[in-house]
Design a binder for this molecule. Structure first.
Ligand SMILES: Cc1ncc(COP(=O)(O)O)c(C=O)c1O
Length: 427
C-alpha cells in the first residue's frame, strides 16, 4: 500500500497539475459512511460539504440498486427499457407541469452544454446572459458562460456572445439595500436592450436560483422573478441550473427555482442526482425538445443507461422514504439560526445566509467588508484538524460553504457550531 508521501509523488507525476488537493495537509480518505468519511488511520470526519453524496456516502439502497442492475444489464439507450421511462416519468413528476421531456447525460457540465445547444437551437442565437461569479461547468462552452472561470486566473475574458450581469449580491455587491433587486433587474433589462440593439433578437438566460460558487448566495428577494419576466417578455429562454441545489436541498422546496417562485424553460441537474454515480439531465418542454429534433441525432453512450436510471430512481426513493427534504428544512433552519447567533459573538462573521442545507458564512475583516480570505483558509484547515470538513468559495474565497449530505443531524450541527466557535475565538 502506498503511503501519504508516495501517493502525493505519484499524483504529481501522473495526474494533471491543474487539479488542486483540499487542505494544507491533504487527507487520505479510504471509506465513507452516511455523513462521515474515514481516513487511512481510522479517524472520522464529519462531511459538511459533499452535496453530491446527497443521501449519504455508500447508502446501502443506492449500492444495492447499482449492483443488482449491473448484474442484469448495462447498455445504451437505443433498446426499449423500462428503467429509463419509469425514471424519466418519476423525475418529471417532481417538476412543474410542462417540464416533462428528459435528456440524460453524465455530469453537470454535460447537462449544461446540452441545455445551451437546445436553447441556442430554439432561439437560433448564441447570445447568452449570465450572472457574474457564476460557474456552470468545465467544458469549453461552459467556461465561456462562467465568469467565475473566464474572468479568474488563467481565463481569457468574456466572449462576445456572452453578457454578464453584476452578481446580485445584497451583502457586498454593486447594489445593496432595499432596492437592490430592482437595480440588478434593471441591469438585465439594459443587457436585453443591448443585445436587441445589435439586431440579435434572441438569447438565453442561465442562472442558479441560489449561487454556489458565487458564495452560497441568496439572490435579493424578487430579483429572479423580475429577471425571468423580462427575459420571457423579450422572447428569451430561461435555464435554471440546479446542479448544486436541487433534489430537496432547499428544504422548503424540491427545486431551487421553486423557492424563488419562477418556472424555467429548461432545467439542468446533476451532482446529487446519482449520489456520486455520474448521472445528470436536462429537462425541458415538449415544444423546445421537438425543435431540437432537427435531423441531427442526439446520442450519448452512457447517459440514461439502465444502471444510471436504477441509481437515480433509488435516490428519488430514499429522499421520499427518509423524508430528507423536510429533514433538510428542519435541521437547516436550526443550523442557520445557531450560526446567525454566533455572528453576534464574532465580528469576522459578516453574513450568514442559506436555505435548507445550503448555507454560507461570509467572513470579512472590517466595516469596509474586506474579505477575510486568509482567515477563511485557516478556519477550514483548523476545522479539518478537529474532524469537520468544510471548504471556501465565492469570488474572493472568503465564504465558508456548508452543504452536507442531507442526513446531517442536529447533533452534527452542534458539533460544527461548537468547533467553529472555538476556532474563530482563537484566530
Ligand atoms: C452550478 C453548477 N453547474 C454545473 C457544474 C458542473 O458540474 P460537473 O462538475 O458535474 O460537470 C457545477 C459544478 O460544480 C456547478 O456548481
Amino acid at each position: 500500500m502506498l503511503n501519504h508521501k508516495e501517493i502525493l509523488d505519484q499524483r504529481r507525476k501522473y495526474i494533471g497539475p491543474s487539479l488542486s488537493i483540499s487542505y494544507d495537509v491533504p487527507l487520505h480518505i479510504v471509506r465513507g459512511e452516511a455523513q462521515y468519511l474515514f481516513d487511512v488511520k481510522g479517524n472520522r470526519y464529519l462531511d459538511c460539504v459533499n452535496n453530491i453524496q446527497h443521501v449519504g456516502h455508500c447508502h446501502p439502497k443506492i449500492v444495492e440498486a447499482a449492483q443488482s442492475q449491473y448484474k442484469k444489464l448495462n447498455t445504451n439507450t437505443r433498446y426499449l427499457d423500462e428503467a429509463i421511462v419509469n425514471y424519466a416519468r418519476n423525475l418529471t413528476q417532481t417538476l412543474p407541469d410542462g417540464l416533462d421531456v428528459c435528456f440524460f447525460t453524465n455530469s453537470g457540465s454535460e447537462a449544461n452544454d446540452l441545455a445551451m445547444r437546445i436553447a441556442r437551437n430554439y432561439e437560433q442565437s448564441k447570445e447568452t446572459i449570465v450572472l457574474d461569479g457564476a460557474y456552470h461547468g468545465n467544458l469549453s462552452s461552459l467556461i465561456e458562460i462562467s465568469p467565475y472561470k473566464h474572468n479568474g486566473p488563467g481565463g481569457s475574458g468574456t466572449p462576445d456572445h456572452v453578457q454578464v450581469i453584476p452578481m446580485p449580491d445584497p451583502f457586498r455587491g454593486q447594489y445593496r439595500g432595499e432596492r437592490c433587486a430592482e437595480q440588478y433587474a434593471k441591469e438585465v433589462q439594459e443587457t436585453i436592450d443591448r443585445i436587441q440593439g445589435r439586431n440579435r433578437n434572441s438569447f438565453a438566460f442561465i442562472s442558479e436560483a441560489l449561487m454556489g460558487c458565487g458564495g452560497q448566495l441568496i439572490l435579493p428577494e424578487g430579483f429572479l422573478q423580475k429577471a425571468f419576466e423580462l427575459v420571457k417578455k423579450a422572447g428569451g429562454l430561461c435555464i435554471a441550473d440546479e446542479v448544486q441545489i436541487g433534489f430537496g436541498r432547499m428544504g422548503s422546496h424540491f427545486w431551487g427555482f421553486d423557492s424563488e417562485s419562477v418556472v424555467p424553460d429548461i432545467v439542468t441537474m446533476g451532482k446529487s442526482m446519482g449520489n456520486g454515480h455520474p448521472l445528470s439531465a436536462v429537462v425541458t418542454t415538449k415544444e423546445i425538445a421537438d425543435a431540437f429534433d432537427n435531423g441531427m441525432e442526439y446520442f450519448n453512450s452512457f447517459g440514461g443507461n439502465p444502471v444510471s436510471c436504477a441509481v437515480g430512481q433509488a435516490v428519488l426513493n430514499v429522499i421520499r422514504d427518509e423524508g430528507l427534504q423536510a429533514h433538510a428544512e428542519h435541521v437547516g433552519n436550526y443550523l442557520l439560526q445557531k450560526l446567525q447567533s454566533l455572528q453576534n459573538d464574532h465580528d469576522i462573521i459578516g453574513d450568514v445566509r442559506g436555505r435548507g442545507l445550503f448555507i454560507g458564512i461570509e467572513l470579512v475583516r472590517d466595516y469596509e467588508l474586506t474579505p477575510a480570505v486568509n482567515e477563511a483558509h485557516t478556519i477550514v484547515n483548523s476545522m479539518k484538524e478537529k474532524g469537520v470538513l468544510l471548504s471556501t468559495d465565492g469570488p474572493d474565497h472568503n465564504v465558508i460553504k456548508i452543504k452536507p449530505p442531507m442526513i446531517f443531524s442536529k447533533d452534527n450541527a452542534h458539533e460544527l457550531i461548537s468547533k467553529i466557535d472555538e476556532i474563530i475565538a482563537e484566530l
